[in-house]
Design a protein around this ligand. Structure first.
Ligand SMILES: [Zn+2]
Length: 89
């Protein structure tokens, strides 16, 4: 109970700030991160990956756009759009 106002926490309006709802970049600490999967999502339908995709999908790290692009540029340069212009296609 929030005594001065006669309200409970459930009465408070909820505003979700998705920019801050996820952890900051593990490299530079910036907010506004994207989820970087250990196993690239584009491989989710790969026959060797698909049976265990739910577990692979849990292995991830929050990265800002800059570090997410850098990760893909260095680790998955074969992915369409990475390693050439740095854009996530
Ligand atoms: Zn970063």
């Amino acid at each position: 109970m929030l005594k001065p106002w006669g309200k409970t926490v459930d009465d408070l309006p909820v505003v979700m700030d998705y920019r801050l709802a996820v952890a900051p970049c593990v490299i530079c600490g910036r907010p506004g991160t994207e989820v970087n999967h250990w196993m690239p999502q584009m491989l989710a339908d790969d026959p060797e990956v698909k049976p265990e995709w739910d577990k692979w999908a849990q292995l991830n790290a929050p990265l800002c756009v800059t570090h997410h692009r850098l990760w893909h540029k260095k680790v998955t340069p074969w992915m369409h759009g990475f390693g050439r212009n740095g854009n996530h296609d």
